[in-house]
Each structure stands twice: as structure tokens, then as C-alpha cells.
Ligand binder design. Sequence first.
Ligand code: GTP
Length: 358
Amino acid sequence: MSNRAVDAIVLVGGQGTRLRPLTLSAPKPMLPTAGVPFLTHLLSRIKAVGVDHVILGTSYQPTVFSDYFGDGASLGLELEYVVEEEPLGTGGAIGNVRHLLRGDTTLIFNGDVLSGCDLEAMLNRHATTGADVTLHLTKVEDPRAFGCVPTDGDGRVVAFLEKDPNPVTDQINAGTYVFRRAVVDSIPSGRPVSVERETFPQLLASGALVSAYVDSTYWRDLGKPGDFAAGSADLVRGIAPSAALAGRTGEYLVLPGATVSPSAVLSGGTTIGAGCVVEAGAIVHGSVLFDRARIGAAGSVTDSLIGCDATIGERTVLADVVIGDRADIGADVELRYGARVWPDAVLADASVRFSADA
Ligand code: GTP
């Protein structure tokens, strides 16, 4: 499969506020999922469809990307970076890299979406319809939490609708696009532009052909802590596809240099990062332990994200929480329901119980 004439842009400049405090030390697409930065999975998908030239639109902590991926040669890619001094938004970021595009067709990705979308089929659809823009739309069970995107019988997008308690369709914008060069060139320079709120509605208003590629394959936006933990778990368990993880799926993933007691129980797609310690009788389910985190004896961690070098005390119970890097949570603490602990915080008091039934 070769799509050498196709360029790819990955939008990775967001601040990832919903994933704080973990995004204080690294941009969201660089947070570890199933043992590698999330972006590695996406770049591997791009490589697998035969696209070699990839531009990262960066803004927040730009050097973290270039320090890790360099020129992309280790992934068989030619990677280029463009840094926005001020964030230009999703549309502004696309326009801002126009000088590096080589062909007429560009695949564009939100840098935080985990998807099984067939990129080859989407590129074929774009070519055969002659569309100005082709959008990946995914069907979701409950579209009320999303803006939705209705299409006509020919697969042509007819509107971009805001969130609605009674949505007219279950199709939502899945955050992957194919743009013709002329559309990229039409994006205003030098100011923030939202591709969703400005570029797409303007294209429809001007009569451009905005075509849909609709599917129901795996799709998850990893922007929120629960989705991030679930997406990583799905990668570990092989439910979410990734060309970067061939042959590495199972109920859990323990990275080299981690120590897990034989009496600890790991399940639900948990990842134990390099240098972590999980002590006797601890239970870790559906969670991501970043490197060198420590779970004390008989601790219980469920559906949670535990930052680098964080320490969790004996018998402490964590469910659906985010623990910042180096935080020190003492013994017999209980945290639940979206609690977040900031980096370096110390919660040593066993009376700390953030839960509805405390
Ligand atoms: P939140 O702050 O938690 O909403 O996350 P976010 O900043 O990543 O925003 P959002 O999830 O809406 O962004 C979708 C994708 O676009 C992500 O991959 C972001 O990195 C990227 N993105 C958002 N804003 C910008 C921007 O101003 N410039 C660039 N280059 N990328 C952006």
C-alpha cells in the first residue's frame, strides 16, 4: 500500500487541561498508553497506510515531541515540526503548516483519538467522490454529549449541529479528516481558527463538497481521565487496534524493570510502567501506572492514572482518580469519583476519604 503523495498533519498543540495534573509535565499525546506515548500508536497507523511525510502541529511543550521522535526515522517516517507561538486552534494549526505540504491530499488527525478507522478506505472515498473535505464520522450510542453531523443519502454532510438533548443523528465528528490543498490554503492566517466551529460550517455555507466516511469501528477520544485509562486498557487487551503493539496483548502489561509481587492481582488491561513496584496482595484493575510508581501492600487501584514516582500506601483504595507525579498518598486513604491529586502533594492522613459513602 503506498500513499506517498499524501501528507499527514497531527494536531498535538492542545494543553490537555482535562487530563491535568498529568499534562503539566507532558503533552497529552506523549502520555504513556500500553507502554508507549499515545502518539506512537497514531504514527504507526499512519505509517501502516503508506503515508511517510507527517507534520506535527505543536504549541504546548513542543520540544517534548521532537526530543522523543526526532526525524521519525525509527518509525520509518519523515517527521517535521511546526511550533505555534500562541495556540492557533485546530483550524489555525492546519493552515499554519501549509508551507510544508507537498501534494493535494492531506490526512489530518486530532492527536488524542484512538480509532480503528480504515484510512485506506477513507482516502479512496475522498478520491472517488472528489470531495473538498472528507470527514470520518463515527456512530455513538449516546450522541447527546457531542455535536452531531447529519448526512444526506449520498453521504454528503448537510450540517454541523451543536449538542442537543434530542440529536437528529447518532453520527459525530470523529476527529480525522482528508483535506484538499485548496481548503488548507483558504484557512485565515495569524489568528486562532476552530476547524469544527468555523472552517467546516463556512465550507458548507459556500457550497463545498464535504463528504462523510461513516463507520462503527473502535473509536475513543482520550481527552478525559476515564477515557484515557479505558483506551490504554483496550490497547493492552487488543480491543483497540494498534500497529505499534503487534503480539503484545493480554489482561495486563508489565514493562521491563517493574517488580510485581506474586500475590498481587493485575487485570482489566492494566499497564505497570518501568521501575514500578506492586506489593503483596495489591489489586490493580484497568489502570495505568506511569514509570516508578509504587503500590503498597493490599492497596486497590481501579480505573485510575498514577503518575511517575507516585507512592500509594498500604491498604489505600483508589478508584477513578488521577494521581500526579511524585505524590505521596499514605496508608488507609480512600479516594474515588474523579478525585485528582496534584504533583508532589502529600496525603498522609488515613482520615482522608473522598467518597460518597464516607
Ligand atoms: P483539553 O484542554 O482537555 O480540552 O484538551 P486539548 O487542549 O487537547 O483540546 P482538544 O481535545 O479539544 O483538542 C483536540 C486535538 O487538537 C488535540 O490533539 C489537541 O492537541 C489539538 N489542539 C487543540 N488546540 C490546538 C491548538 O491551538 N494548536 C494545535 N497545534 N493543536 C491543538
